[in-house]
Design a protein around this ligand. Structure first.
Ligand SMILES: Nc1ncnc2c1ncn2[C@@H]1O[C@H](COP(=O)(O)OP(=O)(O)O)[C@@H](O)[C@H]1O
Ligand SMILES: [Mg+2]
Length: 386
């Protein structure tokens, strides 16, 4: 596709994965009447309510991915755990794949991803790769401090596959790694940030304002975040520039979320990159001139990148299943939430609730960061299901 694409774009986009990210990507395309097909192994997946077509198939199944590709002009994905060999083959046949299959392959394996940061001089927590889990006790010896972080090279998400472990537990054989893993220096008392970075096909790269994130210690899910972050202009500039450098090094168009830590010595470290819209960017739907989902549509269609400034400071609260919640669900404080100005409720069209399952999110907006944090504090109490 060349630069002369004009709206309405007569283009069909294929998305591997039909979860909430796919749903919101398609919703953002609606004013432009783009046609979307998703590949998912469940016909009642979140994106099914908005997609023009759902192809039933596994995300690792090469046949399903080829079938999706054959009916689409541009292919993207909303989850990393897919068959990247099939994607590479499709890309090599000349189809537009965004982000590139090569960028996905770099990210899919946490070990390869960490080596990529090292190779490109991107600051990241010290690490080594332990290919043989039976050597784990030997591997952790060179790390200072009482704890290390063990990350499974493949298959992890939302904190699953990441363990913060006492070195003594590893040495005593109490903790065992199920597979090849990254052993990482544990940074205590970090502040976690994210920067959404958009790269178009013509080499332009833009970043959104810094996002400050808070995680649930049990589930490891982002619980609450806001943007702009409560920090200095210097640190914000540092984070954005490191995030843009990391994405530029990938040499691929796409919409990326760069997860960052700032440690006790005020060093900025890249934790990981998600090559897709991200939970940490959901507030951009109402909070930014161009949401992360509209931005990805622009990139997929070859349109100019949109402005990344914020309309107002915005916060996001995840709506997740509580302990013991299963099956049928209703938002307990629907009336309160919908009566509050600057509060927006999103539900992901999931058929059943489960403990810690992401069911939706709430965006909160206000004129100042202080007013936002106050309002968000109140709204957080209402972010529960019955
Ligand atoms: N080196 C580290 N030091 C301290 N905490 C870490 C470190 N690495 C990861 N964590 C914590 O674990 C969480 C999940 O790790 P991450 O690598 O982002 O995996 P996931 O793919 O599950 O998001 C991070 O958001 C952070 O809270
Ligand atoms: Mg992460």
């Amino acid at each position: 596709m060349n630069k002369s694409v004009k709206l309405p774009a007569d283009i069909r986009i294929g998305v591997i994965g039909g979860g909430q990210l796919g749903k919101m990507l398609i919703e953002a395309s609606r004013p432009w009447n783009v046609k979307y097909t998703v590949l998912e192994n469940d016909l009642h997946c979140p994106a099914s309510s908005v997609a023009d077509k759902v192809i039933l198939g596994g995300l690792k199944d090469a046949e399903g991915i080829r079938k999706l590709a054959s009916g689409c002009d541009v292919l993207t994905f909303e989850i990393e755990h897919i068959n990247s060999d099939a994607l590479l083959e499709i890309e090599e046949s000349g189809k537009t794949v965004i982000p590139s299959a090569r960028a996905l392959k770099t990210i899919q394996d946490k070990g390869i991803q960490k080596l990529f940061y090292r190779e490109h001089g991107i600051p990241t927590a010290d690490f080594l790769i332990c290919d043989n889990p039976s050597n784990l006790a030997e591997s952790v010896k060179s790390f200072a401090g009482g704890k290390v972080v063990i990350k499974q090279c493949t298959g992890g998400y939302d904190g699953k596959g990441v363990d913060i472990v006492a070195k003594t537990e590893i040495e005593a054989g109490v903790f065992k790694s199920p597979g090849p893993c990254v052993v990482e220096h544990f940074h205590a008392n970090i502040t976690e940030y994210s920067v959404i970075v958009a790269a178009d096909r013509y080499g332009n790269v833009v970043a959104y304002p810094l996002i400050e994130m808070y995680f649930n210690p049990q589930s490891n899910l982002v619980e609450f975040l806001f943007s702009p972050a409560e920090t200095t202009a210097d640190l914000e500039a540092d984070c954005r520039s490191i995030a843009m450098r990391a994405v530029k090094a990938l040499r691929s168009p796409g919409l990326f979320a760069v997860e960052l830590f700032v440690n006790q010595n005020a060093e900025v470290l890249v934790n990981e990159i998600a090559p897709r819209p991200h939970n940490s960017g959901h507030h951009t739907i109402e909070g930014s001139y161009t949401s992360q989902f509209e931005q990805l549509n622009r990139i997929l269609l070859g349109l100019p990148l949109g402005n990344t400034d914020m309309v107002q400071p915005a916060a996001m609260i995840n709506l997740v299943g509580g302990e013991g919640q299963n099956g049928f669900y209703k938002l307990k404080f629907t009336e309160q939430l919908l009566s509050e100005p600057g509060v927006y409720v999103h539900l992901y069209n999931k058929t059943e609730i489960r403990p810690h399952r992401k069911m939706g999110h709430i965006t909160v907006m206000a004129e100042s960061l202080q007013a936002l944090l106050e309002k968000a504090g109140k709204v957080r109490e209402w972010a529960v299901f019955e």
